[in-house]
Design a protein around this ligand. Structure first.
Ligand SMILES: NC(=O)C1=CN([C@@H]2O[C@H](COP(=O)(O)OP(=O)(O)OC[C@H]3O[C@@H](n4cnc5c(N)ncnc54)[C@H](OP(=O)(O)O)[C@@H]3O)[C@@H](O)[C@H]2O)C=CC1
Ligand SMILES: CC(C)=CCC[C@@H](C)[C@H]1CC=C2C3=C(CC[C@@]21C)[C@@]1(C)CC[C@H](O)C(C)(C)[C@@H]1CC3
Length: 418
């Protein structure tokens, strides 16, 4: 059994107490949002208008649907891939291999759903099942995290994540002990990060759009915008799937409750909140306003994609002509840091673009309610916290060179503000 890492790794998220609180608070938030979105007052703060009985949470049909969904996505993951990419070097100097077929999984899912709908699949019935589906997804996340925790107890020390093996079971269960848990070549974390949750999110959005068309004759412009923007975001993530291999989730964080729940329950059921809200609270949206919102989304996407692609191109090959002219700082590790281009504007330009897009996803819901802006608020908190975690890791990795970068690029996310 792998020994705990002990007090060397600083505890994050408020330690075991914080982890326990988050494990209660996060699922409670999912149910609160699902209930609030369908209630008349649609209040973000305060108790939901009505609480459902346990019967409304449990449905064998939802369980079956959920298992079929996970099975389908797992089967699509196992299909031959156009490319097999290598991850970053691990502690034992090995590099894991990952199939690059996420976009293919999205397209095949769309084809299957399209075929199903033409054969009479009632996609518009899905919004009625969101509550029991979220319940089974949450239950799955708890059971799956227990499996991951037990599996990590017998994993070799070299397979453990830098954090998440403090020896405290609650904290380790939450953060995840093992870095890349796998059975044969099936990588659980990589699979969950991009497939069932992200593709599930756009499928839920589509079902809400179909339901709106059934109720009101056609989907509203606001619903089209939310569906279009979020489909672009998910399609982009799957098209650039290889880039996820260098995110801190894959390279640094263990796979425990936080990511398992985040990937399979939090993302599909809370990221679809705007479309849920619009189904129950239709909002008028004129063409001029829609055009402005599209422009905001396009600006956000331009910054997000430009910054992420610039860094990925630079990390893959610093002499690539697209980045070779950029100014850099050398570090003791042999790697360089960009100090011009997007990464010379602020230290996390990709977060800035992501936040601008988040705003564009909520604006079609009007300004009468705070609820559809939950994503903007939560995402700001998540990215500010994530940025602080990343800065700590970079300071540790790059030392003086990182300090020099911070001096030359003083703002973190928003120029002249933060
Ligand atoms: N929708 C959602 O819920 C979420 C979306 N995201 C998005 O995911 C994307 C990835 O984010 P994330 O993984 O947090 O981090 P980043 O993609 O910002 O990567 C941070 C890493 O980039 C490298 N880096 C930092 N500064 C420089 C520089 N100047 N030059 C070169 N390399 C640099 C460092 O790693 P190294 O030097 O080792 O390469 C650092 O650890 C973002 O676009 C974010 O917005 C993230 C979380 C949630
Ligand atoms: C509150 C809670 C449960 C936190 C867990 C956080 C997770 C929801 C997020 C952590 C990092 C994520 C990323 C994406 C989705 C959300 C989670 C899992 C991401 C897949 C979204 C699409 C992007 O293009 C991305 C691939 C860059 C991104 C990677 C990080």
């Amino acid at each position: 059994m792998a020994p705990p890492q002990g007090p060397r790794a600083p505890l994050e998220f408020g330690g075991p107490m914080g982890a326990a609180a988050l494990m209660l608070l996060l699922p409670a938030t999912v149910f609160h949002l699902l209930l609030a979105a369908r209630s008349g007052p649609a209040r973000l703060l305060g108790p939901p208008a009505s609480l459902p009985g346990l019967g409304a949470l449990w449905s064998p049909r939802a369980l079956l649907l959920w298992l079929v969904w996970l099975g389908l996505q797992a089967a699509l993951y196992l299909l031959p891939a156009r490319k097999v990419a290598k991850g970053l070097e691990l502690k034992d100097k090995s590099r894991l291999r990952y199939p690059i077929n996420g976009f293919q999984a999205l397209v095949l899912t769309a084809l299957l759903v399209g075929l199903g709908m033409s054969a009479g699949l009632p996609l518009g019935a899905l919004p009625e099942m969101l509550l029991p589906l979220a319940f089974v997804a949450t239950l799955t996340a708890f059971i799956f995290s227990l499996f991951l925790y037990l599996k990590a107890l017998v994993a070799p020390v070299s397979a453990l994540a830098p954090g998440g093996n403090s020896g405290n079971p609650i904290y380790d269960f939450f953060l995840g002990r093992e870095l890349n848990p796998r059975i044969c070549s099936f990588d659980f974390k990589y699979f969950c990060e991009l497939r069932p949750g992200l593709i599930g999110w756009v499928l839920i959005n589509l079902a809400l759009l179909v339901k709106e068309a059934e109720l009101r004759g056609s989907p509203s412009l606001a619903m089209w915008l939310v569906n279009g923007f979020q489909l672009l975001y998910v399609g982009d993530a799957l098209w650039h799937e290889e880039a996820v291999l260098t995110t801190m989730d894959i390279t640094h964080d263990g796979f425990g409750f936080m990511l398992a729940f985040g990937d399979i329950a939090w993302v599909p059921f809370t990221y679809s909140l705007q479309a849920q809200f619009l189904l129950h609270h239709p909002q008028p949206l004129g063409l001029p306003m829609a055009a402005i919102i599209c422009l905001i989304n396009a600006i956000g996407y331009y910054i997000f994609r430009g910054a992420n692609s610039q860094k990925n191109t630079f990390r893959k090959n610093p002499s690539d002509p697209r980045v070779a002219g950029l100014e850099t700082i050398s570090t003791a590790t042999g790697r360089q840091l960009l100090v011009s281009g997007w990464w010379g504007m602020v230290r996390h330009p990709n977060y800035l673009g992501d936040l601008i897009m988040a705003l564009a996803w909520s604006l079609p819901c009007g300004v009468s309610h705070l609820l559809p802006y939950f994503y903007v608020l939560y995402f700001t908190a998540l990215l500010v916290h994530r940025e602080a975690r990343d800065e700590r890791q970079c300071l540790q990795k790059y030392g003086l060179a990182w300090q020099e970068y911070c001096r030359r690029v003083p703002y973190r996310i928003m120029p002249y503000i933060y």
